[in-house]
Ligand binder design. Structure first.
Ligand SMILES: [Zn+2]
Length: 355
């Protein structure tokens, strides 16, 4: 294990005390020399304050179901597991929702792992899994690194984190600012946690991990006081001149965060972009529609993008489980994106990447 922070904010930022509830929208950004603009006294906020959803042409709200997504299973793909074991081959496996298993340079990486039946703090309520995990944790090759985008229950699942740590006690967990204490309370050793703020970077093996902005929020627990107390974002992994961006949960906002990511990293070799949870359109304050994801794919000059955050959990928003790939297909046509440069995988499917 080789963890070293390349750059740190002044210690004062890391000692921010989070004491009060964040129950109202952030005010216009005040000039405050003592902390970065996305930090507040109580936690974090989007510096892009445009919350007006960017309307797109997918469908009007009048055509959206009045009921939340039904919970049912999409077909599983058994996956070409030989790719996991072929020396020199890098691969991407979709487990479901925002969970991918990435094998890159003989390192096994899980993104926002959730193998549980519900995205919830309790086992009897909350969004229920329709499509089972494409592969169980036990069937995967080794896991060395876990990337967490934020603390929403469908992205940070206590049971899955503890299961991974039990099976791989040397696994390293890379998390946003203020998520460390949660993992420590779950008995993950402090030395195995990389906790970063936006634009901070750390080394893991030969990789450089950079935590990058996302337009989103977070909340964990029933009380408003748990809102936005930890940060949200995405991860860029750089290795041998190649760049992979796991975007996490993102909304378009005014698009400025993704232009900044493009300024620093474009062209991206592989982008994992969320395409679900966008109907009705008010949900695009929190999530990207397939068309917005396709626009971001173009902004960062992604050579290859794969859609995530769809087809797995019912009862989250209102689109059908199969809507995102269909709407992505329409967006590709409108934006003249070739099918093989932005597509989806079946649950369990394994493809070669980053050749
Ligand atoms: Zn979220």
């Amino acid at each position: 294990m080789n963890i070293s922070l390349f750059k740190l904010f002044p210690a004062a930022f890391l000692l921010s005390v989070f004491i009060s509830a964040c129950s109202s929208p952030p005010p216009a950004l005040p000039a405050d020399a003592n902390r970065p603009a996305h930090h507040t006294a109580a936690g974090f906020r989007n510096t892009d304050t445009s919350v007006t959803p960017i309307l797109d042409t997918m469908s009007s709200d009048a055509h959206v179901n009045i009921r939340r997504t039904r919970t049912y299973a999409l077909p599983l793909d058994s996956g070409n597991k030989a790719l996991w074991r072929t020396p020199g081959v890098n691969s991407l496996t979709w487990i479901g929702h925002s969970t991918f298993y990435i094998r890159w340079n003989n390192t096994g990486i899980l993104t926002d792992p959730i193998f549980s039946d519900r995205a919830s703090p309790v086992s009897f309520a909350g969004p229920k899994r329709g499509t089972p995990p494409g592969h169980s944790l036990d069937s995967l090759p080794e896991v060395n690194l876990v990337l967490i985008s934020h603390s929403h229950y469908d992205h940070l699942d206590k049971k899955s984190i503890q299961m991974i740590f039990k099976k791989y006690p040397k696994c390293v967990f890379a998390v946003p600012l203020k998520v460390r204490e949660l993992l420590e309370s779950w008995k993950i050793p402090s030395a195995q946690i990389i906790e970063l703020d936006w634009w901070q970077a750390a080394a893991f093996r030969e990789m450089t991990l950079t935590f990058v902005p996302a337009h989103h929020t977070t909340r964990r627990g029933a009380f408003k006081s748990s809102r936005d107390v930890s940060l949200w974002g995405g991860w860029v992994i750089e290795l041998a001149g190649k760049k992979l961006w796991f975007a996490g949960d993102i909304a378009m906002g005014d698009g400025s965060y993704y232009r900044e990511i493009a300024d620093k990293f474009a062209p991206i070799d592989l982008a994992l972009l969320p395409i679900g949870g966008y109907k009705p359109s008010r949900y695009t304050r929190q999530h990207t529609s397939p068309r917005q994801a396709a626009q971001i794919h173009q902004t960062v000059q992604s050579k290859h993008s794969v859609g995530m955050h769809w087809g797995t959990f019912g009862d989250m928003t209102f689109e059908e489980l199969e809507d995102p790939p269909r709407d992505l297909q329409r967006a590709r046509k409108e934006l003249q994106i070739p099918e093989n440069s932005f597509h989806t995988l079946r649950h369990g499917e394994i493809v070669e990447i980053l050749r």
